[in-house]
Ligand binder design. Structure first.
Ligand code: NMX
Ligand code: MLT
Length: 440
């Protein structure tokens, strides 16, 4: 796959040269101001990092290298007979900025198949965990153990030239992305199917092969995996998983270390774990109400009680988005096409009618609309994957595509260690009392 690597190198060299000039001329221009409250509120709205692979508009949603999700669905290569984009395509696009051809994507599929061997100690380490360990913990263990094969770590130890860091990060990223579906499927089969693993099928694309190793061989589930792996791949740089990867990678921790850290962030219920929380909540609501598809009125009463009990409605709200997440809409469209009468799907749609006005009425929630996690579980349930603790792993396998493409860019552009300034509350008080400077 030297072609992709060479294409990236040419693009990155040109970008680095342009960036040098841009910063020489405009480096002192201000791109924003930080208010005191923002330092206490998760740095919301503070622009402080550069992340190349995607950009989020609070009203329109995510664009990958300028392309919206519907545009990607139209433009990216598909599997033979399929209608959903192949995830290989989104990785190629994020890395190079170019829409790949069918041949480019086929080459990348073949390359990932070639790169997928996994060290046996990674499986042994997973096996040392109790089988009921959360799948995210098991998968993170596997990824961390693959770190023994890190090309970056080995080359760094030998005294690599910093100009070549990107090349080693590229190798690790490609190897890791190639291996992740097998590690994830191993955990799924171990936890839920008595350890009966399924060998990869060398004829299949990356998403379909993942579906196959999980034990789901219908064309519907393969198409779902291709769509799922594409739309969860990236959400600009400030989200917890991408930012963690960016931060940890900036210390020159290798991709296995930085991606394990990113997965740990994704495992938080306010971030990626929300996808399991949504289905867990829907199952509980169905049980509590004794109905398969609760009515809008039943949902309203149920949600009001949850809010009164101090709980969050999973799958709703967002730190940046202010409208329905286009990733939710893409999944809703998939459901309309493949499973419009499925009870879990119909429940998700009833929640979509009931919840936003309630959240809006509270007056404090900045975004009452659904995010990506509000819909994904119902699609998986339809195909029989009801083990919701596994859902965040699927999100994570996809997220590797975005954060690793971004990591390769960060090293190619020579971004330094990330180290923002923090303050203490006493500093703030002293500054307000005129006793101290504002700190820079
Ligand atoms: N249910 C109940 N309360 C909420 C919700 C919700 N879905 N969303 C926000 N709030 C509350 C929030 O807790 C805060 O309350 P308080 O002032 O009492 O602390 C208030 O509304 C204002 O929060 P926002 O500024 O609107 O949201 P913020 O940017 O802080 O948080 C989320 C964003 C996504 C963390 C938040 O909306 C949330 O907890 N949602 C539910 C969990 C979820 O779906 N997460 C997945 C996000 C997507 N992903 O995959 O990562
Ligand atoms: C994501 O996909 O990372 C989530 O929507 C969270 C975010 O963007 O903050």
């Amino acid at each position: 796959m030297e072609k992709l690597k060479n294409l990236f190198k040419a693009k990155a060299d040109a970008q680095a040269a342009e960036l040098k000039e841009l910063l020489k001329e405009h480096g002192t221009k201000k791109i924003g101001e930080v208010q005191l409250a923002q330092a206490f509120q998760g740095m919301r709205g503070v622009t402080g990092m550069v992340y190349e692979t995607s950009l989020l508009d609070s009203n329109e949603g995510i664009r990958f290298r300028g392309f919206s999700i519907p545009e990607l669905q139209a433009k990216l290569p598909k599997a033979k007979g399929g209608t959903e984009p192949l995830p290989e395509g989104i990785f190629y696009l994020m890395l190079t900025g170019e829409i790949p051809t069918d041949a480019d994507v086929a080459e990348l599929s073949a390359e990932w198949r070639k790169r997928s061997p996994i060290p046996t100690h990674a499986f042994k380490a997973i096996d040392a965990l109790p089988p009921d360990t959360h799948p995210m913990t098991q998968v993170m263990t596997g990824i961390l153990c693959m770190q023994t094969d890190s090309v970056f770590a080995k080359e760094y130890a030998k005294g690599a030239n910093k100009k070549d860091y990107w090349s080693y990060v590229y190798e690790d990223s490609m190897n890791m992305i190639a291996s992740l579906p097998q590690v994830a499927a191993y955990v799924y089969r171990r936890k839920y199917h008595g350890g009966k693993t399924i060998a990869p099928d060398p004829q299949l694309d990356w998403g379909a092969n993942f579906a196959h190793m999980l034990g789901y061989d219908t064309e519907g589930f393969r198409e779902l995996m291709r769509l799922y792996m594409t739309i969860h791949a990236d959400h600009e740089g400030g989200n917890v998983s991408a930012h963690t990867s960016h931060l940890v990678g900036s210390a020159l921790a290798d991709p296995y270390l930085s991606f394990t850290a990113a997965m740990a962030g994704l495992a938080g219920p306010l971030h990626g774990l929300a996808n399991q929380e949504v289905i867990k909540w829907i199952f509980a609501m169905q049980k509590d109400l004794g109905v398969e598809v609760p009515s809008k009125e039943q949902i309203e009463t149920y949600v009001k009680k949850m809010l009164a009990d101090g709980k969050v409605v999973p799958g709703y709200g967002h730190a940046v988005l202010r409208k329905t997440d286009p990733r939710f809409t893409a999944q809703m469209d998939f459901a309309k096409k493949h499973m419009p009468n499925d009870p879990a799907v119909k429940t998700v749609w009833a929640i979509y009618e009931a919840v936003p006005p309630i959240l809006q009425s509270l007056g404090k929630i900045k975004n009452p609309w659904p995010n990506v996690d509000a819909h994904s579980g119902a699609l998986l349930v339809h195909y029989g994957m009801k083990e919701y603790e596994f859902y965040t792993v699927l999100f994570g396998v996809s997220r590797a595509l975005g954060v690793q493409a971004a990591q390769i860019w960060s090293r190619a552009l020579g971004f330094p260690i990330e180290r923002p300034k923090s303050v203490t509350i006493q500093n703030v008080k002293d500054w307000l009392a005129g006793k101290d400077e504002i700190w820079e």
